[in-house]
Design a protein around this ligand. Structure first.
Ligand SMILES: [Zn+2]
Length: 104
C-alpha cells in the first residue's frame, strides 16, 4: 500500500470516528435530558425533606411551597429576593403566617 493511500485511509477513519463520537455525544445528551425530565416528573411538588406533597400558598404575589407534614417552606429561584425586597422583617412575618400554631 502506498503512503498516499495510507494517509487517505487515515483521513476517512478519523472522519468516521469523529462522526461516531458526535453521534454518541448526542445520544448521551438525549439520555441526560430524558433522565432529568423523568426525575422532575417524579419529584415535582414533593417535599425535598420528607417526600410528601407540597401545598402552594400565595403571599405578597409570591407562591410559597409549604409541606404541612414536616413544616418545611420552600421558595423557587428568585422568590426569596422578591420577598426580601418588599419590606424589612419579612422572614418573621412569613414564619409567623405559615408556621405551626403556638403551643399553650
Ligand atoms: Zn416535608
Amino acid at each position: 500500500m502506498s503512503k498516499a493511500s495510507d494517509t487517505e485511509e487515515e483521513f476517512f477513519a478519523r472522519q468516521e470516528a469523529e462522526r461516531l463520537r458526535k453521534l454518541s455525544f448526542e445520544q448521551q445528551r438525549a439520555v441526560e435530558v430524558g433522565e432529568r425530565e423523568r426525575l422532575r416528573a417524579l419529584h415535582h411538588m414533593c417535599c425535598p425533606k420528607c417526600g410528601l406533597s407540597l401545598q402552594t400558598l400565595r403571599f405578597k404575589d409570591v407562591e410559597v411551597d409549604r409541606c404541612f407534614a414536616c413544616q418545611g417552606t420552600w421558595l423557587d429561584e428568585g422568590e426569596l429576593e422578591r420577598l426580601a425586597g418588599k419590606e424589612a422583617g419579612f422572614l418573621h412575618r412569613v414564619v409567623g403566617l405559615f408556621g405551626s400554631p403556638e403551643k399553650p
